[in-house]
Every structure is written in C-alpha cells, then in structure tokens.
Design a protein around this ligand. Structure first.
Ligand code: ADP
Ligand code: DP6
Ligand code: CO
Length: 341
C-alpha cells in the first residue's frame, strides 16, 4: 500500500514511533505560573531525573485516522484528558490541520498521584511527536515544547540534575530547561514511599493557580524561591549533601505550607505522609542523613546517599499504611526508542 497520502494540501507519511522519558523530583519546586496560556512558570526550578519512574509512549499516524485517540495505562481517555493531548499536538505540529494520531502510553508508576506523571508523560509525548512530525531535534526547543504540556515535563527532557529557567517576558523564548550536571555527576538515591496510588483530587495546574490567587504567602514564595535556586546551584556545585538536602526539604515544606494557606485549603498529605516525615527526622537524629521532599500528592520521597538506602527503606516500611517502596537512581535523557516508517 502506498503510505504517502494527501490530506488537504499536505503530505503525510504513515509511521509509528516509540519514545521514553523519566519523571523527575524537584529539589527547588515550581508552584505558580506567570502565564496560564503559554504555561510559563513564575520562578525557575531545579530537579533530579528519576530512573525508576518511566513513561513509554507510542504514536501512530495513518492517513485513515479521523480523530485523535489516546490510551493511558490500557484505558481510553476521552473528554478533557483527550483534549489536553490534542491541543498539545496542535502546538507541537504548529497547526490544527494535522494528521490525527493513535497514541498509547504507559506509566510504570501511579498516574496523577504526585509522582510527576505529567512530567514523564509530556516529555515522552514531545520526543515521539517531534520525530513523527519531523520537528527540530534541538533539546532546548523540545524542552520548551514539552513545557506547553506540563511545566515539569520541560525538565524531564533531560537526565541528571536539571534547571528550568523562567524568562522575563511573556514570549516564552527563555522558558526551557537544561542539564546542570549529567547523571553520573553525583551518586544519590531517592527512596519513594507510595501512601496512596489513587489520582489526586486537585491536579497540579489547579492547585498552583488557586495558590497564586488566594494564598497570602504567594509573593514571599516567589521571592524566596529565587534565593533557594542560588543556594541549590551552590550546593550541587560543591556536592554538599547537607546543603542540598536541607534546602530541598525546605522548598517542599514551604510549597505545601503555601498550598495549605490557599482558600479553600489544599492539603495533599495523608496520615502516612506525615508519619513518614517524622520517621525520616528521627533517622537524622540517629546520624543518618536523609531529607524528604513531596510533590503535589501524598507520596514521600527521601533523598539519601547509597550507603543509607536500607535504613531509609526500613524507616518507610515501618510507616502505618505505607503501600510500596521504590528506590530510584538518577535517570537519563528522554529518547526515541523505535521508529517504523
Ligand atoms: P502528576 O503529579 O502525576 O504529575 P498532574 O496533576 O500534574 O499529576 O498531571 C496528571 C495529568 O498528566 C494526567 O491527568 C494526564 O493529563 C497527564 N499525564 C499523565 N501521564 C501521562 C502520559 N503518560 N502521557 C500523557 N499525559 C499524561
Ligand atoms: C509540585 O508540572 O505538574 O511537582 O505545568 O500545570 O502541568 P503543570 O504543573 P506540573 O507541576 C509540578 C509541581 C510540583 C513541583 C515541581 O515538579 O517542580
Ligand atoms: Co505534574
């Protein structure tokens, strides 16, 4: 069969592309936008890419497809979920007059639960879509495109230690991420405690918009995050675990304090989240250096050195209601894994 077919005035080639990307955990958090339309963050952020949390996405285009189809973790997605994907592809391709796509994606971890599925999900989709539609392979451009799907996805284009910049204007021309240090720069581990695998009630986009509009501490969150970014760059440059961990824990707790101060209040934690925080603080009192961080959800992530993994795992396992412990190293760049034209 001839696989080149005219659709309107354009030519499209049927093809199938697979890509993968890893989620990331922010050491200095992004929580607030300066533009909802272009998804521009109000501050920069710094993250660590996590090899244990992966998304695999496949896109097929075929001239016979009439509509986009999106399947996530084996279930078809419709309504707003599908629209988010279709709108995103319109942005990547640069026009709504594009080939329709059949997309299947799988997250190796719970979706929409505060483990950054939007980060690995939109990073994998960006990489796959850029290949399908022959878009530029420059990684700053790919990061900028991924940002339009989800802010944290801009960071998941890269492996290792990553910084997301927040530009000065509303063009978005400076709003993309870059690697600070590659994945082999510093052998750190993140022990992840899953306390509830169900989707959160308030998604990140809604949570940060509500915080921006109603939280009384929002302005000081923005100014203090600028200082945290400087401190984190410095900690990473020196490979100073104490400075890095202390600041990461501070940024996470400050973000949750901000969200709790919104109206209506946003409280992502459950009892097991809180017990986990105390357990890790107790470990520190016993001389084991480990620091917590929590994204927009009830899961706990513990930053530690390789030698301390077992103590951290044991501390989390002893938490009432803790469902699963995953130990992660530092992940690699997002990449295309298969192409069939
Ligand atoms: P999380 O904490 O998991 O990042 P968010 O509220 O930020 O939660 O985002 C969850 C949303 O991200 C999902 O509702 C879906 O729209 C999108 N998403 C999750 N996984 C994928 C994926 N593999 N491919 C595309 N989009 C995804
Ligand atoms: C708490 O990137 O999911 O994980 O841009 O609206 O999709 P959208 O938000 P998202 O927010 C991430 C929030 C966070 C902190 C972080 O990853 O920096
Ligand atoms: Co997210």
């Amino acid at each position: 069969m001839d696989n080149k077919t005219k659709i309107g005035s354009r030519e499209s080639a049927d093809c199938q592309v697979k890509a993968e990307a890893h989620a990331n955990i922010a050491l200095v958090k992004y929580w607030g936008k300066r533009s909802l339309e272009k998804n521009l963050a109000a501050t920069g952020s710094i993250s660590l890419t996590l090899d244990a949390l992966k998304t695999e996405t496949e896109i097929r285009i075929d001239s016979s497809f009439q509509k986009d189809y999106f399947e996530l973790d084996g279930k078809p997605v419709s309504g707003e979920g599908l629209k988010r994907i279709s709108d995103f592809l319109d942005i990547i391709v640069g026009t709504e007059e594009r080939d329709r796509a059949y997309i299947t994606s799988k997250n190796s971890f719970p979706t929409a639960a505060g483990l950054a599925s939007s980060a690995s999900g939109f990073a994998a989709l960006t990489i796959a879509a850029a290949k399908v539609w022959n878009k530029p392979t420059d990684r700053s451009i790919l990061s900028s495109l991924a940002r339009r799907g989800s802010g944290s996805a801009a960071r998941s284009i890269f492996g290792g230690f990553v910084e997301m910049k927040s530009g000065k204007d509303l063009s978005g021309s400076e709003d993309y991420a870059a690697t600070l240090y590659g994945k082999d720069y510093w052998d750190l581990r993140v022990v992840i405690g899953i306390t509830d695998a169900t989707p959160k009630k308030i998604g990140s986009t809604e949570g940060m918009e509500r915080s921006r509009k109603t939280a009384p501490y929002y302005d000081s969150w923005i100014t203090s995050t600028e200082q945290d970014l400087e401190g984190m760059r410095d900690a990473l440059a020196k490979r100073d675990f104490t400075q890095m961990g202390e600041l990461a824990e501070h940024s996470a707790l400050k973000m949750h304090g901000l969200a709790m101060s919104a109206r209506p209040a946003i409280l992502y934690w459950n009892a097991a989240t809180l017990e986990s925080i105390h357990k890790i603080r107790d470990l520190r009192k016993r001389g084991i250096e480990a620091y917590i961080t929590i994204d927009a959800g009830p899961q706990i992530k513990v930053l530690c050195k390789p030698a301390d993994i077992e103590d951290v795992q044991q501390a989390l396992t002893s938490v009432t209601g803790l469902q699963k412990v995953i130990t992660s190293g530092i992940g690699d760049d997002a990449k295309v894994t298969e192409v069939k034209k």
